[in-house]
Design a protein around this ligand. Sequence first.
Ligand SMILES: [Zn+2]
Length: 362
Amino acid sequence: MIAVLWALLTARMCSVAAAEPAAAEPEPEGKGAPFSAWVLRQHADVHPEPQYHFAAEVFHAIADAAAARPGVIEAQRLGESLAHRPIWAFSVHDTAVPVQKRLLLIANIHAMEWIPTEDALAFVLDYAAKPEPGVEVVVVPILNPDGRARVEADLVAGRNLYRRGNEAQVDLNRDWSVNRESKAIWRHLIPGRYTTSPAPLSQPETRAIDQLLRNTSDVPFSGFVSLHSFGGFIYYPWAGLFERAPDWGRMQGIAETMQGGMGPHAYRPRQLSRWAFFFRGLGMEIDHVYGEFGIPAFLVETTRSGIEGLPDLHTYFRWYNPREPARHVKMGLGMLRAWVTAEPLIQAMTSQPLADLPGSTK
Ligand SMILES: [Zn+2]
């Protein structure tokens, strides 16, 4: 639903003022505080979305699972957000088998998209209980902790504000380095629809993921999923180019495997730029991960929205997050489980940087 929301919301997005600052609490243990110490200071009061986890509850659930299975879930601090909240990644793997394949799953890049975090949390807990031998999955359940903190504060205060960006109001999913310039003729007719952040990787949240991909050399990442909502699609690159990507057939195949794990009403695979004839997503995460690193990359628009009636049309949080997430989370889990085993353990990496291939821009 990327483009629909685009059209509906651009005016509102611009009018959302930076409400009260969402400063992170100071960290007595300093920046190096381990996850187990950090999480003890995280609290969530009773809140108006009991079917969803607030951030503190997400991390407590993971901490409990990590304590129950020592070594299976390992926390890694990737960096910190603009407002100095830690960005946590959790590596989940079978401790009895050496890692032969490594996958990266991120969620909640957009502030209001919470069901992706529910999917990511469910996956961490499920995968820790039954990991695929040799396959490590690194999960970042909340990539935009500052935006999310603002949404949490809105919900508690009963405010209905539209939020998408990070602390600096930057759309983190237009902040990557590949395909930032559109060649689409439509850009001349609707230029406001072809925007990016001021510079590639301008925000600490996007840089944290880029660095993780760049610094992981023993067993490099060979798969990437970014969970969004809503729309019911499994998108693959390119997002910013209409042309087919060199590996589009392979990515279509993986996406079909993911679709096959979902049961009825499964999400549908598609190249993102072909969502609509005028649509191009510039500087998006899947073009970066695929174009820079040669990793098959997927942006999943989970659910087909949470809108169940007219009143929901005026409640931004509901657009993205169905009242009863359980059924959707189950579908997401089936999809992610299928993704983990979609390709053989050893997968030859593309040797040439794809961003240098004809057609791609950087
Ligand atoms: Zn999104």
